[in-house]
Design a protein around this ligand. Sequence first.
Ligand code: SF4
Length: 161
Amino acid sequence: MGKKGKLRIGWFTFACSEDSTILMTEIMNDCWQEWKKKVEFAYARVLQTQNELNDLDVAFIEGAITTDKDAERAKEIRKNSKYVVAVGSCAVTGMPTAQRNLFDSELKKEIKPLLIKFKHREKVQPVKDIIKVDDDVPGCPMNEKIFLEILDKYLKLFKVK
Ligand code: SF4
């Protein structure tokens, strides 16, 4: 649990357009007063410069996994979180970030130097291919209603009032 019995959460981003992050900050316009009382953002680079990756109740992960470094980071997040939620289609299914997985062999050959240069893996993967994911928020960007329902589920699970 976070400070003063709050839900201690993290918000993480891998390869994507970060629209769900933007949406989450937009939702804050309506929910900030409530979240201030119930949620501790231990890690959210979009909101603060001081971040902690330890003892998280819930980690929300946006974006797809494209590099070995991403995969290691995802494992580190899992190790430090009781629950992990994939947020948005890129995290849940890999798409649309994973479009290059579907390129024909000619296109794949063309992008190969870029993959090598930026140390990208052969295939883009959803978060669940790397670590255990407890919940999904589908949508591109994330479905706001489902995100709020899942957040509420964890507030109840951790008995945050
Ligand atoms: S799911 Fe859609 S909105 Fe979210 S990061 Fe991927 S492309 Fe962007």
